[in-house]
Design a protein around this ligand. Structure first.
Ligand SMILES: NC(=O)C1=CN([C@@H]2O[C@H](COP(=O)(O)OP(=O)(O)OC[C@H]3O[C@@H](n4cnc5c(N)ncnc54)[C@H](OP(=O)(O)O)[C@@H]3O)[C@@H](O)[C@H]2O)C=CC1
Ligand SMILES: O=C(O)C1=N[C@H](C(=O)O)C[C@H](O)C1
Length: 270
């Protein structure tokens, strides 16, 4: 079978450069396009060189329509507005759209869902095996414990991260809420500050720390009357996420249109 021809969106970013490297190491995948923001000073630069590799002849461009003519998929780790702009083109071209971008609003998610009758989308706040296993464990533990156990989610990321709580923290919150059979957006406590009052029973709390170069640490704490259970994951290298994204793209190639998750890719779905 021919190599899957991939575009990296956000090719000048931390994940974009990592994806370019991981594609170069992955049998069955080849980089054919590198998308960057209109006006970026990186436009025209070689994606391989930016990723610390020999030149690969793929120059960064802001024109997704042109570069996607001969492509099979797009790996999108950018910002919500860019991902939403890419959704329509990816659907029109029949590309596999792997979406790692976080910080999406509920209306952004609705836009993505609106194309999945014709688009193949794999979307996850975290593409690592470990976090997706952690989410399954969190759901299981939340199912087993009653509301006397308070659920708190703590995350630590590098100082350049622009969204909070992290996409992973929200994904773990969704897993806990699913275990409890409640809607997360009715029960989340985000950004406590000042005289907040006592904790509301049944809430799922979030706290975000930012600093240094941390690739992503997440803990889900079940705090009970006389004991606490903590489930944690520590990412040591963002190549982990890029490898997950590649696995998702190769898995989705040839699948029927729809919205898939990393749990589907990894065979962890209920
Ligand atoms: N799901 C997962 O497993 C993971 C998800 N992420 C998420 O991926 C996203 C990116 O993270 P990271 O790489 O660290 O961030 P960076 O800021 O390093 O990279 C984002 C890149 O997207 C570019 N960009 C902005 N607008 C556009 C546009 N219109 N078209 C094309 N490119 C554009 C930015 O360019 P410029 O700087 O010029 O604006 C930048 O180069 C975040 O939302 C992050 O949370 C990260 C790791 C894992
Ligand atoms: O911005 C990051 O770096 C990361 N973002 C994702 C998130 O928001 O959870 C995944 C990972 O934690 C790294």
């Amino acid at each position: 079978m021919a190599d899957m021809r991939l575009i990296v969106a956000g090719a000048g970013g931390r994940m974009g450069r990592t994806l370019t490297r991981v594609i170069s190491e992955t049998p069955g995948a080849v980089l054919v396009g590198a998308l960057e923001a209109p006006g970026s000073e990186l436009l025209g630069k070689d994606a391989g060189v930016l990723a610390g590799l020999p030149a690969n002849g793929v120059a960064l461009s802001a024109d997704l329509w042109s570069m996607s003519a001969g492509a099979d998929g797009i790996l999108d780790f950018t910002v919500p507005a860019a991902t939403i702009a890419n959704v329509a083109i990816a659907a029109e071209r029949g590309l596999v759209h792997v979406i790692g971008t976080t910080g999406m609003s509920q209306s952004d998610d609705a836009v993505i869902r609106s194309v999945t009758d014709r688009a193949i989308v794999v979307k996850s706040g975290n593409m690592s095996l470990g976090v997706n296993l952690l989410a399954a464990l969190v759901k299981r533990v939340a199912q087993s414990l009653d509301q006397s156990f308070d659920i708190e989610i703590l995350e630590l990321h590098h100082k350049s991260k622009i969204d909070a709580p992290s996409g992973t923290a929200l994904m773990l919150g969704e897993a806990a809420a699913a275990g409890r059979k409640i809607a997360l957006d009715q029960h989340w406590a985000r950004g406590r500050d000042g005289l907040t009052g006592a904790r509301r029973a049944g809430d799922i709390g979030f706290a975000s720390l930012r600093g240094g170069t941390a690739a992503g640490d997440h803990s889900v704490i079940f705090a009970g009357p006389s004991e606490r259970i903590t489930l944690s994951h520590h990412a040591e290298d963002r190549a982990l996420f890029a490898q997950g994204a590649l696995k998702a793209a190769l898995w989705a190639h040839g699948k029927k249109p729809g919205m898939y998750s990393m749990a589907d890719v990894l065979g962890l779905s209920d």
